[in-house]
Design a protein around this ligand. Structure first.
Ligand code: RB5
Length: 149
């Protein structure tokens, strides 16, 4: 059982208010929100923020990362370029459960222009309460690695 209760949060400009709501929510759940912004509404590139959160997870500083942009897609792509990151976009709860149980995801991405705040909170709840099942899934997760071609 992990003792690291820190969760990195970041977003681009499309998701500031949702990110702040999620930070408050996970704090209420007993996690430590490491909210690395941004806090002002100027346009800002999602790859920067996805990678910054991913680096906190990759280094072990944070147990999980939650990242948000308009669709959740671009920031997820950027996060997955960082070593050791397994991040999926989840705009419904089934996928949020499965990426923990089967893929041992360590980051969750949400689309702020796709889901409302209530569903986003449920997605986070499901992601944080699901456990990796290991077994046959562990061998498959181990096969997720950078490839030359
Ligand atoms: C920003 O307009 C938008 O492109 C971004 O939030 C995200 O949806 C990209 O994947």
């Amino acid at each position: 059982m992990t003792t690291n209760k820190r969760i990195a949060l970041s977003s681009d400009h499309a998701a500031i208010s949702l990110r702040q709501a999620l930070a408050a929510h996970i704090t209420e759940l007993g996690w430590e929100a490491v909210d690395i912004g941004p806090t002002t509404p100027e346009s800002t590139p999602y790859p920067k923020h996805g990678k910054e959160a991913a680096q906190l997870v990759s280094s072990g500083d944070c147990r999980f990362g939650i990242i948000i942009c308009g669709t959740g897609q671009g920031i997820m792509m950027a996060a997955n370029k960082v070593a050791g990151i397994r991040c999926g976009v989840c705009n419904e709860t089934f996928s949020a459960r499965m990426i923990r149980q089967h893929n041992n995801a360590n980051m969750l991405s949400i689309g702020a222009r796709v889901v409302g705040e209530g569903l986003a909170l449920d997605i986070v709840d499901v992601f944080l309460s699901a456990e990796f099942e290991g077994g046959r899934h562990a061998m498959r997760v181990d096969m997720i690695e950078p490839s030359e071609t």
